[in-house]
Ligand binder design. Structure first.
Ligand SMILES: C[S@@+](CC[C@H](N)C(=O)[O-])C[C@H]1O[C@@H](n2cnc3c(N)ncnc32)[C@H](O)[C@@H]1O
Length: 188
């Protein structure tokens, strides 16, 4: 992060209490009526990344993948990787992954009411630490646009590819609802 970033207005979505309560609620709904809960940014946001992974020569079935802030785990169910049992969750603490994936988690961290800048930086460093040398970090964000993410992560990751997302036009300007970028880890 070299340029001064204007932080986002803080929100309860940036607190652990909010997410603990949201997922307790989702879990009880799931147990009661099988509702799988929120799929943030829609199922197409998962399909977009999984399709890219399948088609890219950069990721294969041997690749280890971790979904950071996985929520209800919908992304992992698509991949059908076995990161949802306790043994594998333990591994996350000590492992490095070929692919680290984030959908909405950096967004949530950015909304932290207390010192979001240092929280974002800690997050970026943690992602760098658990991504293998030359590994990939794939992020989908609704709070930051391409150039902001590229700038935030620039010390630790370089842009490998932008996965296109749907655009809309408003007032003569073209925008996107979500941004999706594949980064490559930079050696430190
Ligand atoms: C918008 S939700 C996205 C959930 C999931 N990735 C998805 O796409 O459905 C944000 C997620 O970030 C997680 N989160 C927020 N701050 C976190 C932190 N400091 N460490 C780990 N996870 C965090 C929340 O628990 C929540 O699961």
């Amino acid at each position: 992060m070299t340029e001064e970033t204007e932080e986002l207005p803080s929100s309860k979505l940036g607190t652990k209490e909010y997410w603990d309560s949201a997922y307790n609620h989702e879990l009880s709904n799931y147990k009661r009526n099988g509702d799988i809960g929120d799929v943030w940014f829609g199922e197409e946001s998962i399909e977009r990344v999984v399709t890219w992974m399948l088609e890219s020569a950069l990721v294969n079935v041997q690749s280890s993948v971790v979904d950071l802030g996985c929520g209800n785990g919908a992304f992992l169910l698509y991949l059908q990787v076995d990161l949802i049992n306790d043994e594998d969750k333990e591994k996350i603490k000590t492992s490095e992954f070929d692919v680290t994936h984030d959908k909405g988690t950096y967004d949530a961290v950015s909304l932290c009411p207390e010192d979001p800048k240092s929280k974002r930086l800690s997050y970026i460093k943690a992602v760098h630490r658990i991504t293998k040398e030359n590994g990939l970090f794939i992020i989908t964000s609704c709070n930051w646009v391409h150039h902001e993410l590229i700038e935030h992560f620039s010390e630790y990751f370089s842009k490998e590819h932008i996965i296109p997302t749907p655009t809309f036009k408003f007032g003569g300007k073209v925008g996107t609802q979500v941004t999706c970028i594949v980064f490559r880890k930079v050696s430190k």
